[in-house]
Write a protein that binds this ligand. Structure first.
Ligand code: 2IT
Length: 450
């Protein structure tokens, strides 16, 4: 192994031993850019790798809110401005019980290279809170969002840092967050957040963008293999916004999602989760209770398997983990390897543990695509929303969709090119890491030391 990379990994293990997700993301990344680092001795002189894996800054603040009975609660809020070399920090906010510094930092780190891959001028950031939205009333959510923004507003802005949604933060929360930002600033700066409602500067196709983009990317992979989406059966973990977008676009392109899962177990619907009625039902089900997907099986009379994941089934052609980080561990990866399924397309941020990912990449019959490329269409369309806001106009759904489609093809092709340049063959994981890294590294080197 390259000595400089080895030393850097050792340093992060020592320095961040209480941040396992962050260390995991950094290690995977550094190992795959090794051929680039080998070629650039000037990186070490510039301390480029330590600068790259150290966030520019990280804000932590308390967020106090009152529930409907008048009791006060205190949560932690975070915003990590990881790397601003190529544009204002950009990335979502996650409201979920398990959110901590390690998770926010891994997400912000991944976001930096994902955003570079989109070709848009956006740096990497991420934030959120350990607030648990499950079971909260509408007014509790509003009060929480207002309190969160009261702490955050001084650090963000349309040219500084532009948050958006992630798990637990959708158009509803973005609305409350934007309202509070506007109230505090006394300025209509709608470019400060993306994922907004259409009536105040949101972009058409943003809710669908991550899922649609993932399917467009998948389509490029299939083309590379002289294959098509026609008739393909897909297993998607999760049933959130991203999974929903995949189901919709897959149905449109004559493929079908036949598995989905939630924290309570998984659903198998061999007819495909494809009709408008089914897709609308999923939205409704999630709004009422984000923890259970079982009601779908009762409503549409199909199989529900409680407390299990479907990794290892062989009646699909494509696996798309689209739920949470570390959804697929080593044991699951072995089942996937044995299933004979050819395509493993990551969608959620870091859905695969490092040992599982290495194993899957070593399986000759499997093509692995990395999340930071596959899910980049979401933030890509967020950047298009920023463009529309700064120009004070809005594009049609067709215009946004076409740009999204083009963006995903470019991300795939640039990843392929980057991997080939270093003699790695059709290696989408290394290719994405290298292409994202080269852009950020170049900007950092040209801007001098800090
Ligand atoms: O993980 C992600 O890329 C997001 N949650 C979307 C970020 C954004 O700024 O749209």
């Amino acid at each position: 192994m390259n000595q400089y990379i080895k030393d850097t990994i050792e340093t992060i293990y020592n320095r961040y031993d209480s941040q396992p997700e962050f260390v995991q993301a950094v290690e995977e990344f550094l190992l795959s850019i090794e051929p680039v680092v080998d070629k650039h001795p000037e990186y070490k002189k510039n301390d480029l790798l330590m600068r790259l894996i150290s966030p520019e800054r990280l804000f932590k603040f308390r967020v106090v809110w009152t529930d409907d009975e008048g009791n006060a609660h205190t949560n932690m809020g975070y915003r990590c401005q990881f790397n601003g070399a190529i544009g204002p920090y950009k990335g979502g906010l996650r409201f979920q019980k398990n959110v901590n510094e390690s998770i926010i930092k891994f997400l912000a780190f991944e976001q930096t290279f994902k955003n570079a891959l989109t070709g848009m001028p956006i740096g990497g950031g991420k934030g959120g809170s350990d607030f648990d939205p499950a079971g909260k009333s509408e007014s509790e959510i509003m009060r929480f969002c207002q309190s969160f923004m009261t702490a955050l507003y001084r650090y963000i802005g349309p040219d500084i840092d532009v948050p958006a949604g992630d798990m637990g933060v959708s158009q509803r929360e973005i609305g409350y967050l934007f309202g509070q930002y506007r109230r505090l600033k006394g300025n209509f700066e709608n470019g400060v957040l993306t994922g907004k409602g259409l009536s105040y500067g949101g972009s058409l196709i943003r809710p669908e963008a991550t899922g649609y983009g993932a399917v467009y990317y998948l389509n490029e992979v299939l083309k590379h293999e002289n294959d098509t989406l026609e008739g393909k059966r897909i297993g998607v973990s999760g049933y959130g916004n991203v999974a929903w977008g995949i189901m919709k676009k897959a149905a449109e392109l004559n493929a079908k999602v036949i598995y989905m899962s939630g924290p309570d177990g998984y659903i198998r619907d061999p007819d495909g989760i494809s009709t408008e009625e089914k897709l609308n039902y999923i939205l409704e089900m999630r709004r009422i209770d984000p923890m259970h997907c079982k009601p779908y099986a009762e409503k549409f009379n199909c199989e529900f398997v409680p407390n299990k994941k479907f990794w290892g089934v062989s009646d699909v052609d494509i696996y798309m983990p689209a739920a949470v980080q570390n959804d697929v561990g080593f044991e699951a990866a072995k089942l996937i390897g044995d299933s004979g399924v050819k395509y493993y397309i990551e969608v959620a941020n870091m859905p695969t543990t490092n040992d599982a990912l290495s194993y899957l990449r070593s399986c000759e019959h499997i093509i692995v695509a990395p999340s930071k490329a596959v899910n980049a269409g979401g933030v890509g369309v967020s950047a298009l929303e920023m463009s529309q806001n700064s120009e004070r106009l809005s594009w049609t759904a067709e215009e946004v969709d076409e740009q999204l489609h083009r963006m995903m093809k470019t991300i795939h092709d640039n990843s392929v090119k980057a991997a080939e340049e270093f003699g790695l063959g059709y290696d989408l994981v290394s290719g994405a890491n290298i292409a994202g890294f080269e852009k950020v590294a170049e900007a950092m080197l040209e801007q001098g030391l800090f």
